[in-house]
Write a protein that binds this ligand. Structure first.
Ligand code: AKB
Length: 330
């Protein structure tokens, strides 16, 4: 292993001459596998444990440990933290916005009860804990263009409500118990791994369906502007933020983004690569969700406090996605 020797601040109280041991929950969702790859490159394969309750693919098993972990089972989580000597927890398990509306009781269990378990676990074992939040943590009363870091948050989805709850509980545990809670509000993330159940997913699905069938029926209106970012930017924000010393953080929850576009703007960029692509529009309930969310996300505080910078604009994003999806199709 040719990783540089690292001095790592494991939590506020101690710095050790070893890599942190990291557990990723909900590891088989949109971000987990790629996130594990990035962290393993930096901290070593054996130090990053991917977990989920669903069966892994060959790829998810390919470069490091994968284990079963149910976020609703507190004792099971304790066992993992102790047995693997976990230092950092990255908590991806969640039902996204559209699918959450279809099964509210399940979203309450996974997004709220599950989060209660991991945050309590992090407090008990003094873990650094990262929980992603989202543009979905805002609602129709929030300013939409731009949406600043601190403003009114009255979301109208259970997903949004659960994320505001996570933000507030994390901040509270930080102030009350000194928990090293960190949270980024992500926009729609675009990756070649399919997401599932989100409102921004059209911007992923169009690549998968469009490149194969040359057709795509969009469930949002052509003019619906939403903040977005390419997965590489999303994961580098996460990595950089996780490694920012506590003294630099002015807050525990930051907006991050890269760009904002409408379906129409994305499709016209994609048509440069797929000229015979046929688009039609059939808006559904997800339109109402999208219309209550930010159009332009103000992430100036993340840029100022810990140097966040995105690399991918719309043109580079489309170029990379076409390449990634074609590679996966072969
Ligand atoms: C969703 O659309 O639900 C997610 C998100 C923006 O958090 N992709």
């Amino acid at each position: 292993n040719n990783r540089p020797f690292q001095k790592t601040t494991i939590n506020r109280s101690y710095t050790v001459d070893r890599s942190p041991k990291i557990l990723i929950t909900g590891g088989l969702g949109q971000l987990g596998t790629e996130c594990a790859k990035l962290l393993r490159k930096n901290y070593g394969n054996e130090n990053v444990i991917l977990s989920d309750i669903i069966k892994p693919t060959e790829e998810s098993l390919s470069n490091g440990p994968f284990i079963f972990a149910d976020i609703l089972d507190f004792k099971g989580l304790q066992k993992i933290v102790v047995n693997y000597r976990i230092d950092w927890l990255i908590h991806f398990s969640a039902l996204l916005s559209a699918v959450g509306e279809q099964n509210v009781p399940l979203a309450v269990r996974v997004n709220i009860e599950g989060m209660h378990n991991v945050i309590e676990l992090a407090k008990q074992y003094k873990l650094r804990i990262f929980i992603p939040s989202t543009i979905g943590a805002f609602g129709p009363d929030s300013p939409r263009n731009p949406t600043p870091n601190v403003t009114i948050q009255r979301p109208r989805t259970i997903y949004g409500v659960s994320k505001v709850h996570a933000e507030l509980l994390g901040e509270y545990y930080h102030h009350k118990f000194d928990l090293d809670f960190r949270c980024l509000r992500f926009p729609g993330v675009i990756s070649s791994d399919p997401p599932g159940g989100g409102t921004t997913d059209y911007a992923v699905a169009v690549f998968h369906e469009g490149l194969v069938t040359k057709r795509y029926e969009c469930y949002l209106e052509p003019y619906t502007r939403l903040p977005m970012m390419y997965i590489k930017d999303c994961l580098s924000a996460l990595f950089q933020f996780l490694n920012t010393p506590n003294e630099k953080l002015q807050r525990r929850v930051y907006n991050v983004t890269a760009m904002s576009f409408t379906p129409e703007e994305l499709f016209s960029e994609l048509k440069k690569h797929v000229p015979d692509l046929k688009i039609s529009y059939k808006p559904d309930a997800r339109q109402y969700i999208a219309e209550s969310w930010p159009q332009v996300f103000d992430d100036s505080e993340a840029r100022r406090d810990w140097g966040w910078q995105h690399k991918y604009n719309l043109e580079r994003l489309v170029e990379s996605m076409v390449r990634d999806v074609k590679k996966n199709m072969l």
